[in-house]
Design a protein around this ligand. Sequence first.
Ligand code: DLL
Length: 432
Amino acid sequence: MWDEKFETMSTDEMQAHQLDALQKTVAWVYERIPFYKKKFDEIGIKPSDVKALEDLGRLPFTVKTDLRDNYPFGLCAVPLNQVVRVHASSGTTGKPITGPYTKEDLAQWCQCMARTMTSAGITKDDIYQNAYGMGLFTGGLGFHQGAETIGCTVIPASSGMTERQITLMRDFGTTAIGCTPSYALTIAEKASDLGVDLRKLPVKVGCFGAEPWTVEMRKEIEERMGIKAREAYGLTELMGPGVAFDCDMQDGWLHVNEDHVMAEIIDPVTEEVLPLGEKGELVFTAIQRRAMPVLRYRTRDITQLKREKCGCGRTLLKMKKVYGRSDDMLIISGVNVFPSQIESILLEMPEVEPQYVLIIRKKGYLDALSVDVEAKPEVYDLGEEKLREVEGKIEARIRGIIGIGVKVRCVPPKSIERSEGKAKRVFDARKL
Ligand code: DLL
């Protein structure tokens, strides 16, 4: 562990720490950010009303549009001469979300990243190749600094130029790599095209995140690269990666760095706080940041929380691997479907590659979902009849497990665009 004190702290001690940090943060934003002062005044709450952790539930939510409306620095609590870095996430629509950091915020982020990477088994003896995109995206510099904090030999490769990634892995003897899971697949595929067997290289672990991916996808990457595939979760609004990370248990749960961020689960419709164990929308409050500490930020990520002493020894709150974003949830014939459910089924099929896109169309008054998935080259070569058979088999499996009718199309090998960062796998043709 990187920080045993906080990673194994008793719940009582952690909650005392959280209350103190929450009270300071609430006062900090109330005094410095007119947006929060106005919201507090409207509902008649003062920072001094936060007397217990339960009072968190009385505070107003912050949503993505609040960040957009206050672009670029309207939610920044310090003058810009105290801000030493600004990251941003472009999102798909509208203005980006900005993430300003003070020097102290950066130092804390490094600690959260060092915990994340240490949990993955990365040490100062590792040669860490950073294939997350460098730049405004928090993935690149977040992992870069985390690796430097641990003392790794860092190769700041950034994403893209896939052939060069493989050359670097081979020539520099990379032992650990970081990128999005979809880019890991792209690298594995390119290596295989070039006749390089990644399983024979020294690389032993990958730290993946920034997009939803299933346990089946994790196993696929582990198999193709001959590594352990570990997970990081985070978002620009909170700090970037470093919000939560998995452990040696690899049980589909992640530890939340809850001394830095407090997590809640709410019902996305009623906004009611749900008890531990229930599935809903993840809400985070940053309790240590000084440049832009967001209160009760609605992430739109759907998951659940639990508190238990983990087999790894950590006591940090656990959050389940994210099912998907509420924005990506599809409603097909009245059934709620996450793309990850389809991914799990596709990855069980030996005839197809883990490369797919989901297309939603309007069919009369109803929504219809079609799934394009790449056939393996040897299956594709068997011709039309075989492809129809595979399509029918996948359709039946999706109907059996999720209970919805979809149209599956086996498309030619390499016809789906490969990802170098966050994969775009859902296309909503209803919006065209
Ligand atoms: O993706 C930060 C990050 C970088 C995390 C590198 C992990 C590794 P944003 O670009 O602001 O920040 O996107 C945040 O990505 O709300 C989730 O919907 C999604 N996301 C991030 N990590 C995971 C994950 C970075 N492990 C948004 N599993 C979040 C599922 C993830 N979704």
